[in-house]
Design a protein around this ligand. Structure first.
Ligand SMILES: C[S@@+](CC[C@H](N)C(=O)[O-])C[C@H]1O[C@@H](n2cnc3c(N)ncnc32)[C@H](O)[C@@H]1O
Length: 376
């Protein structure tokens, strides 16, 4: 079957590499997505094992429409009973970029009417809507007059791994963290330090990656599990195959933060994954946090100073000094939406990648730290 895997802006190439390593066929990179082909086992596998995927969609119906009536007719003409039973619930997610359809929600409503009317006409009974936990989640994507309806095989977005508790106000999206690790070229045999680790997202993703621990280890619900076509035996085998590859090894992954609450949340997340001893955590300010090795990677997400009245430029300046004085031999990668503050690091970046942390337009910058590194 054809499969479309959605990701965040800037992570498409990392995702394509992951898809290839899991055995995807006919891989094509698109904007915030990767298209590929695979069988049912592959569909389950990508949901379970991809680290940089947000959603795995299976396109089932494509058509052209320029107004609500055409959209309704095209949806109604398709046989939805292939995927949905009358006693089941469904919901629709929609994204539309079109001069013909200005109101995305209204188009989704039209689609819902068409599906419901088809069932009512055919069976005198209709599936009901459940936006919280539908049996079948449909995805309507429109670009100008070109529409695709897909089955959403993931359900809840795949960044929700299930290891994170509530509480921290600025945690990194798990998919973004995994993507940053992929973009950085960090190799799990090398030390990794996050001096502003907060709840530890980067470190947790790194440890899971290094051990080959599937990102969805803790997750029970996936969209495909309530499909008519669900094959429990294939699913069990996919999970068993993935876990057979997990390797407990000694890692050099560590982090620090000044907020004891954040550190304790990071510990809790590691504990829930049963990998508490894979990551070293300390309550410490970055100014006193020095590496124990001569080389490695710093990958970090310092505060952006988004809150009115907070000035983080001096923090970035001091962080730049710490990197220069204590991290010679390391590759440092910093993500921030605060571009003036990034310039205060006082080092010339050798790579700059545009990423989005939620709605914030960020730069993910690489600094090659060598002895005596100076501002260019
Ligand atoms: C944007 S948050 C990092 C979030 C983290 N990536 C996560 O996923 O939870 C920035 C963190 O920097 C920490 N921080 C601020 N000043 C610090 C300092 N001087 N030394 C170490 N950490 C600091 C804050 O406590 C906060 O947890």
């Amino acid at each position: 079957m054809k499969i479309t895997i959605k990701t965040l802006h800037g992570l498409e190439a990392v995702l394509a590499r992951e898809v290839e390593s899991l055995g995807g066929d006919n891989i094509k990179v698109a904007n915030r997505a990767v298209h590929c082909e695979g069988n049912l086992a592959f569909l389950y596998k990508v949901n379970y094992q991809l680290r940089t995927a947000l959603k795995v969609l299976v396109p089932v119906h494509t058509f052209t429409a320029r107004n609500d009536q055409q959209l309704y007719d095209q949806i109604k003409a398709f046989d939805w009973s292939q995927y949905l039973e009358k006693h089941q619930t469904f919901a629709i997610d929609s994204t539309i970029f079109s001069e013909y359809f200005k109101h995305t929600k209204f188009a989704a409503l039209k689609m819902k009417d068409a599906v419901v009317d088809q069932f009512r006409d055919k069976y005198g009974q209709r599936p009901s809507i459940d936006t919280d936990s539908p049996d079948v989640l449909l995805n309507l994507h429109g670009y100008q007059d070109q529409f695709t309806v897909s089955l959403d095989s993931s359900g809840e977005s795949l960044n929700r791994r299930g290891y994170r508790g509530k509480g921290h106000d600025a945690p990194l999206n798990e998919v973004l963290a995994a993507g940053m690790l992929g973009l950085s070229g960090w190799d799990p045999s090398l030390p990794l330090i996050d001096p502003f680790c907060g709840t530890g997202t980067l470190l947790i993703e790194a440890a899971m990656m290094a051990m080959g621990l599937p990102p969805q280890t803790l997750r029970e619900t996936f969209g495909f599990k309530t499909w008519k076509s669900f094959q429990p035996m294939i699913w069990t085998r996919v999970k068993a195959d993935a876990h057979a590859q997990v390797r407990k090894k000694s890692l050099m992954i560590s982090g620090g933060d000044i907020d004891p609450k954040a550190i304790s949340m990071a510990r809790q997340s590691l504990k829930s994954l049963k990998i508490r001893d894979m990551v070293t955590l300390r309550e410490i300010s970055f100014e006193k946090h020095f590496p124990k090795t001569r080389s490695g990677f710093v990958i970090t997400n310092p505060p952006y100073g988004e809150r009115i009245g907070t000035n983080v430029e001096s923090l970035y300046e001091a962080f730049g000094d710490t990197l220069k004085q204590h991290y010679a031999g390391f590759d440092a990668w910093i993500i921030s939406s605060n571009k003036p503050a990034l310039r205060k690091i006082g080092l010339k970046d050798s790579q700059r990648i545009e990423l989005y942390n939620g709605k914030l337009d960020c730069e993910f910058c690489k600094y090659d730290l060598y002895a005596g590194a100076k501002e260019d």
